[in-house]
Design a protein around this ligand. Structure first.
Ligand code: ASP
Ligand code: MG
Length: 460
């Protein structure tokens, strides 16, 4: 039995959706599908929050657009008028529920984390309703189960929840096994679970990958597949490096590093539950289903050159916190990181020296981060500095540390292309080496490193 995640990226347009459902039908019954929202729907829902806050009259047209988006697909892929009518009714019911939440926030003039999560989670349910109805129209025994019904329990943290596997596993086994034994096509909306108190809590944007891993581990599936519209993890972003190649096998650590920075192939936390049970994750391209894709497992395949991928992240900005001894006084670090994370600012990475703490933030968070740090009293630092216009480069590979000369080779390649390295971090992860370059140098740096590790004889 498989758990298969269907990503929003491949649920785009009638043709693709039809193709995916052909693939689903081809698998036969008895598998679980964990599904994202249709492409673009979660964005519409999230943007709807501020529309509703702004002007109540925007709510109803938004409901209309959401309904249309789903019915447009349905009208092409469902032939029986009574099936279409039933679906239309089901969607309207869900949307009138959703509408109430929007009016609620417009009335209270406040977007709480709770309403935000509740509203954002609707896309997955609408999508499951649509897909199940199309499959039933094809005469297949398809059914849906909501996380709140089957007891996919989380720690209750809005926007960034973690599943409680110990409690979720027996719930899901009990709810899903009988249906799987009857070889049903079983659909579950991804992206969220429920707290003890029954509140909807999402796993963060892109969280359906994580949902799928949780479900797969909970019901002890034989396989976990992630269906996407790309081949898998690549040795570099093909937009930058023309001869980037597919990485056939990666370790959990390598995949996690690549997911955090740069290659946004998987939600970074997908590997957590999978690693606990040693469950392999296979990434499959729905546009090329025969291709092998990437497999993630406990032991990656070591290459002699050790480096698997050169990835990057341009959504970074730095705050440098200067002061004597700052890096050596742990209380300061806690105070600083606490102040930021307490205000929902995510710190991507921290690099410290004796006299400077450098925080890596998303670009949009830098301004707010500076403001928050300036308001600390007494001021635990001498001076704050903001650095923009940088990009993070990350080389990833098991054995990077044990392998002599990797760093030297990487930085030689960068220097030979006359790019200056701004800051290096070779510590937090066993499988990754990070550094910063000026944003305008990124392209050159990536090509130089990729060329050095992948195109010369010495690389394998
Ligand atoms: N629909 C959600 C999002 O767009 C979750 C997901 O697609 O994984 O972030
Ligand atoms: Mg998505």
């Amino acid at each position: 039995m498989k758990v298969i995640k269907i990503g929003g990226g491949c649920l785009k347009g009638v043709k693709n959706i039809e193709l995916i459902l052909d693939l689903v039908e081809g698998q036969g019954g008895g598998h679980v599908y964990v599904v994202s929202a249709l492409h673009g729907v979660t964005d519409m829902l999230v943007q709807g929050l501020s529309l509703a806050l702004d002007d109540e009259s925007r709510i109803s047209p938004l409901m209309g657009r959401l309904k249309n988006k789903h019915m447009l697909v349905a009208r092409k892929l469902i032939s029986k008028p009574e099936d279409l009518r039933r679906l239309s009714r089901d969607l309207s019911m869900a949307l009138s529920n959703l509408e109430r939440f929007y009016y609620g926030l417009s009335f209270t003039r406040e977007i709480t984390p709770r309403t935000r999560d509740m509203i954002a989670s609707f896309g997955e349910r609408l999508c499951v309703t649509l897909l199940v109805s199309i499959l039933r129209g094809r005469g297949l025994r398809a059914a849906s189960r909501w996380p709140e019904e089957i007891g996919l329990i989380t720690d209750g943290r809005y926007g960034d929840a973690t599943a409680n596997l110990r409690r979720t596993a027996p719930n899901l086994q009990k709810a899903l096994r009988p249906m799987l034994e009857q070889r049903m096509y079983l659909f579950i909306p991804g992206f969220y679970g429920v707290s003890d108190a029954g509140e909807i809590t999402t796993f963060g944007r892109g969280g359906t990958d994580y949902s799928a891993a949780v479900v797969a581990v909970a019901i002890e599936a034989d396989h976990l597949e992630i269906w996407k519209d790309v081949d898998g993890f690549m040795s570099a972003d093909p937009k930058f490096v023309g001869d980037a190649r597919l990485i056939p096998v990666l370790s959990y650590e390598e995949a996690a590093e690549l997911a955090y920075f740069g290659a946004k192939i998987l939600h970074p936390r997908t590997m957590e539950p999978a690693r606990r049970r040693g469950m392999e994750i296979v990434i499959k391209n729905t546009l090329d289903p025969e291709a092998p894709g990437s497999t993630i497992k406990a032991r990656g395949r070591r290459t002699a050159g050790a480096v698997k991928s050169v990835s990057h992240d341009t959504d970074v900005g730095l705050i440098k916190i200067h002061g004597s001894g700052v890096g050596a006084r742990p209380g300061i670090l806690a105070e600083i990181t606490g102040r930021l994370s307490g205000n929902a600012i995510n710190i991507k990475s921290v690099v410290t020296s004796q006299t400077c703490i450098t925080l890596l933030l998303a670009r949009d968070d830098v301004e707010a981060g500076l403001r928050l740090l300036k308001s600390l009293t007494p001021k635990p630092f001498r001076r704050l500095e903001q650095v923009e216009n940088v990009a993070l480069v990350c080389i990833v590979g098991e054995g990077l540390y044990q392998h002599k000369g990797i760093a030297a080779r990487c930085f030689t390649a960068v220097a030979d292309s006359s790019v200056n390295v701004e800051m290096i971090s070779f510590g937090p992860s066993e499988v990754a080496l990070y550094f910063l370059v000026r944003r305008q140098d990124l392209d050159k740096a990536l090509k130089a490193i990729h060329g050095s590790f992948f195109n010369s004889k010495a690389s394998d």
